[in-house]
Design a protein around this ligand. Structure first.
Ligand SMILES: *[C@@H]1O[C@H](CO)[C@@H](O)[C@H](O)[C@H]1NC(C)=O
Ligand SMILES: *[C@@H]1O[C@H](CO)[C@@H](O)[C@H](O)[C@H]1NC(C)=O
Length: 456
């Protein structure tokens, strides 16, 4: 169904529903895909499976250093904003297999902390033994981490400042972190890290701290169109990430904060402020389209990385063999589903030009991405910092995968040879969780579509 007629019909109604969504349909630019196919694929096939996988111990514990100083400017901490605080796990909460090297820390302080940190009860009995083989496997992961091919700063896992965080206890939701500081983060990403000359003004929403005129927006988009497909893709990925975060904040808004209850839920008016084409001078729907673009890129990475996880030597190691095996099967199933998606974005159209030029571009993009992951240390709100770091690392891992196609295909079927492509646990956890966020955002758009339709 080519939705020209359909589109016209919707435009006539002029409701908030159509202002948010009538441009968010049909074919996406720079790829052979349409929004409707992604919606139904994600909402019915991928999303439910992914949710289950991400609740497993392997994927819910993310090791992160939230205490790195901001390398670019002075940050005022938002520790006081309680909705922003992140509860780290005390070591005993993390399954033995995952924390591998840091056992035997049963200090009084750790025990007290345990009570504070909401206990993850279902962890149950933990097998504390580590076979030699596993220990070796874990060491192997670290050894193979290839600094040169990284798109993202990976926190030093051994740093005393790195902590395990239970992602299920720290959901991404509305935190109250906005205003000039939050704006500065996004502004420096877009202004200083997206290949944009200062003379070209980026379109910003009418209610933010600057205002853009229609002619500036037009200049911006014609500049963007003039960019090579790679730099355009880069901009769209960042914009898609931004949109995804805003969808989450609108879907998990703090609706009621009284002494007897705290209620989180959909705030349609917040959503409209961010995505209604009228309220955003046409920007909102473009951002939502970028969200779909980001989805496709990460989906493609998942499809490509399948051979890495199919290696018999690969394990989702937590120390409980049977569970680990089940979760590995669940993961492989998800990657197979990702592979079955009919309209994959074709990244051979990226970096396909003259070899030398392509290598330079790839390097430029890698460096810009690296820098953006450092900007995440400047996010004042810790919960936002956590999810910001996780999502940039996940996207960085997706890019690493997309540009390592040959190495992944060359992975030996047996575990004997030294593989030339590796992902460490942090990269794996961030890749799947970052995709989980985007997948949730796409699913949430369905909720907002119905909520807005009800408003009519
Ligand atoms: C990294 O980002 C900061 C903050 O936006 C910016 O000042 C700096 O120029 C960027 N560095 C590079 C190498 O892009
Ligand atoms: C929804 O968000 C708007 C801001 O966009 C805010 O003014 C309003 O109070 C929120 N509604 C609820 C029920 O919290």
């Amino acid at each position: 169904m080519k939705p020209v007629v359909f589109l016209l019909l919707l435009q006539v109604t002029g409701s908030a529903h159509s202002r948010c969504f009538c441009q968010v349909k049909g074919d996406l630019d720079d790829c052979d895909c349409d929004v409707e196919t992604i919606d139904s694929f994600n909402n019915h096939q991928l999303f439910p499976k992914l949710q289950t996988l991400l609740e497993s111990d392997y994927f819910r514990f993310y090791k992160v250093n939230l205490n790195k100083p901001c390398p670019f400017w002075k940050v005022t901490s938002h520790c006081g904003l309680s909705d922003c605080a992140v509860k780290p796990c005390s070591p005993n909460e993390v399954p033995e297999g995952i924390r591998a090297s840091s056992h035997n820390k049963y200090s009084k302080a750790a025990n007290e902390e345990l009570e504070e940190c909401e206990q993850a009860k279902h962890l149950g009995a933990v097998d504390v033994s580590l076979s030699d083989e596993t220990r070796e496997a874990l060491l192997d992961w670290n050894k193979h981490d290839d600094e040169a091919e990284r798109f993202c700063v990976v926190d030093d896992e051994e740093s005393p400042d790195s902590q395990y965080v239970d992602l299920l206890l720290n959901p991404e939701r509305y935190t109250g972190y906005k205003g000039p500081e939050a704006w500065q983060i996004w502004n420096s990403i877009y202004e200083e890290n997206c290949f944009k000359p200062f003379t070209i003004k980026r379109p910003v929403l009418p209610n933010s701290f600057q205002c853009t005129s229609g002619s500036e927006a037009r200049t911006f988009y014609s500049w963007l169109e003039g960019q090579c497909v790679e730099k355009r893709a880069f901009y769209r990925l960042i914009s898609g990430l931004h949109a995804s975060i805003n969808v989450h904040l609108s879907a998990r808004y703090l609706l009621d904060d009284s002494w007897y209850q705290r209620k989180w839920g959909h705030n349609v008016s917040e959503f409209k402020q961010r995505f209604d084409s009228e309220l955003t001078a046409g920007e909102g729907p473009k951002r939502l389209r970028n969200l779909y673009f980001l989805y496709l890129i990460e989906l493609r990475a998942l499809a490509k990385v399948l051979p890495f996880f199919q290696q018999p030597s690969f394990r989702l190691y937590t120390g409980r063999a049977e569970e680990d095996q089940n979760h590995k099967e669940m993961l492989l199933d998800i990657l197979q589903v990702a592979r079955s998606f009919p309209l994959h974005f074709d990244e051979t159209s990226l970096f396909a030009g003259d070899e030398k030029e392509a290598a330079k571009l790839k390097e430029d993009i890698r460096l810009a991405f690296l820098n953006i992951s450092r900007i995440m240390d400047c996010v004042g709100c810790f919960k936002c910092r956590l999810w910001g770091k996780l999502q940039t690392q996940g996207l960085g891992t997706a890019l690493k995968i997309l540009f390592s196609e040959r190495q992944i295909e060359a992975l030996p079927k047996s575990s004997e040879n030294r593989p030339s492509f590796q992902l460490n646990r942090q990269e794996i956890v961030s890749l799947l969780n970052a995709f989980g966020r985007i997948s949730t955002s796409i699913r949430e758009l369905k909720n907002f579509r119905s909520l807005l339709a009800e408003e009519r």
